[in-house]
Design a protein around this ligand. Sequence first.
Ligand SMILES: *[C@@H]1O[C@H](CO)[C@@H](O)[C@H](O)[C@H]1NC(C)=O
Ligand SMILES: *[C@@H]1O[C@H](CO)[C@@H](O)[C@H](O)[C@H]1NC(C)=O
Ligand SMILES: *[C@@H]1O[C@H](CO)[C@@H](O)[C@H](O)[C@H]1NC(C)=O
Ligand SMILES: *[C@@H]1O[C@H](CO)[C@@H](O)[C@H](O)[C@H]1NC(C)=O
Length: 353
Amino acid sequence: MLSITIKRLMLGSAYLLAVAAAPLARSTAATVSPQLASATLLGDVVDPNLQRDSCGSVKWDTRVLWTCRDTEILVNQSVSLLVYNNTLAAFISSSASYTNFKADGTPDVVAVDYDQYGYDDELIMYGDNGETSFYPLQSDECNSNEAGNCNDGTRFALWPSVPPTIASQSSDGTIVAYTFIRVEHITDTLGVVNPDPPTSLYRLDYSPDVQGVGDTLPSVSLVDEEFWSLNAFAYGDYGTVTHDGYMYLYAETSAYNIALAKVALGDVEDKTKYQYYVDGNWSSTPPVNVNDTSAYLDHPGAGGQGTYYWSSLWECFVRKTRRGVTTLLSTPRRCISSSLNSLENGRFQGTSG
Ligand SMILES: *[C@@H]1O[C@H](CO)[C@@H](O)[C@H](O)[C@H]1NC(C)=O
Ligand SMILES: *[C@@H]1O[C@H](CO)[C@@H](O)[C@H](O)[C@H]1NC(C)=O
Ligand SMILES: *[C@@H]1O[C@H](CO)[C@@H](O)[C@H](O)[C@H]1NC(C)=O
Ligand SMILES: *[C@@H]1O[C@H](CO)[C@@H](O)[C@H](O)[C@H]1NC(C)=O
């Protein structure tokens, strides 16, 4: 059982890059092809006692919140298997951390004496994960352990693909955010039980008055384990972006087709309030299932994990994906028309890289 989980755990760490956008002539055309002018390595993002799979980050009041996939809790910076006597006690399917900014607004990168990966600079992550998964496993997800490992050799792998999406933030720093996670049920050969599984919706609550600004992580609660059902588009799992009071939620199917839904930021928990982009228009009727071609976007998704964000320079939404560390340096892709409201007329354009 243990070998299954360890296989998913990538050794190594994350790299923090500062990217600069290349100037681009403003255009009213529906498509642009953004290029990155440069990327500067700032350092290594690391929690000295956590070793984990891919993370995503979101600005979180005065700090940054990172959420990550499979995490091994280390003890004194060494792999804890021996410490934990070959149990899964210190293996969790998701974790979270904070990082700080300096007074000038840049990430609080500190000089270190040449870390184990050869970096001179580190952005130190912190936060108390205890020994439980940040996104809690449910009783029908083999939650007798924090990895979701079942007795039959399968595993419920609750891996966040995108960082939490903030739905509201008050002036006192109180935040409500959401994460959609496909309930992947994988086999011991890393196959899938259902190619297009249900999707859970989790809610995060944070307030500086409650959690403080130290190690205490936001609280996480399950809104609906099957918010999107089996064989439905997993809206919000592939990517999200907020704009003009709406959350836009992207889904990717097992056949790599992309679909889009939107909902007002105050209505994320109310499934009846969603609108689906179908046949070139927003509709309150959801597509039939993942094979409903009327819902597919002309969106040449490269798949995998990535982040949608608004670029004021390019005046469009871009998606940056990562296929191997070096592709972080390549062009952001999926730049869509300058306003999502004109999406009806917009086209998606991919660039190489
Ligand atoms: C970790 O290091 C501290 C300080 O050296 C030591 O007291 C402690 O026993 C170590 N813990 C483990 C589990 O090795
Ligand atoms: C591992 O086993 C040793 C020896 O039986 C025991 O003292 C220790 O408490 C165990 N550690 C854990 C984390 O269970
Ligand atoms: C979608 O189409 C694929 C390929 O034809 C098929 O294997 C799958 O069962 C279909 N899914 C649903 C939900 O109809
Ligand atoms: C989208 O909706 C508008 C207004 O309801 C309608 O005129 C148009 O024909 C629709 N477009 C498509 C592709 O169905």
